[in-house]
Design a protein around this ligand. Structure first.
Ligand code: SME
Length: 159
């Protein structure tokens, strides 16, 4: 059993604690699915105002749904489509304040209003993306981007 007490509401500190928690549950575990499942659970536990948190894996040239928390979601996303496919194709974090204004946004959950997607890259190869959705417009900012990117960098070697 893992028990984590969230000690802060300060966003930078929250991401430091979340990174530490994900580090602790994935250290020494070689199974990437297990590590994504625990990381999705910790995103859900630590970060407020989320309606979806999880992973898409880069498999066979497209994104395929991975472990997540939230409602059942779209299973396959072609590269270049939607927020996730754009992050995967460009390998750049996508911070979307209003998903309804994002051309080609894929509405998996009608509750989503804003979204952040961070690519996971290992040795120049795309592994997948981390996707967080919020029912609040403009929920995610540059601090979230830095925090999730640090987690993507940690997980890149553990998926
Ligand atoms: N909205 C995403 C699809 C994935 S769901 O949000 C879980 C997109 O446009 O890529």
């Amino acid at each position: 059993m893992f028990t984590f007490d969230i000690q802060t509401t300060d966003k930078a500190e929250l991401y430091r604690e979340l990174l530490g928690a994900i580090d602790a549950v994935t250290a020494g575990e070689a199974d990437g699915i297990a590590n994504m499942a625990n990381a999705a659970s910790l995103f859900w536990q630590y970060l407020p105002e989320l309606n979806w948190a999880g992973f898409y894996r880069f498999v066979g040239g497209e994104l395929v749904l991975g472990p997540f928390q939230g409602k059942a979601a779209c299973i396959r996303i072609p590269l270049g489509q939607g927020v996730c496919g754009t992050a995967a194709a460009t390998r750049e974090t996508q911070l979307v304040a209003d998903v309804h204004a994002f051309p080609g946004h894929i509405a998996c959950d009608a509750d989503s209003a804003s979204e952040i997607v961070v690519p996971i890259v290992r040795d120049g190869a795309l592994i997948g993306v981390i996707d967080l959705d919020s029912p609040r417009t403009a929920r995610f900012d540059a601090e979230d981007a830095r925090g999730v990117e640090a987690i993507a960098a940690l997980l890149a070697a553990r998926l």
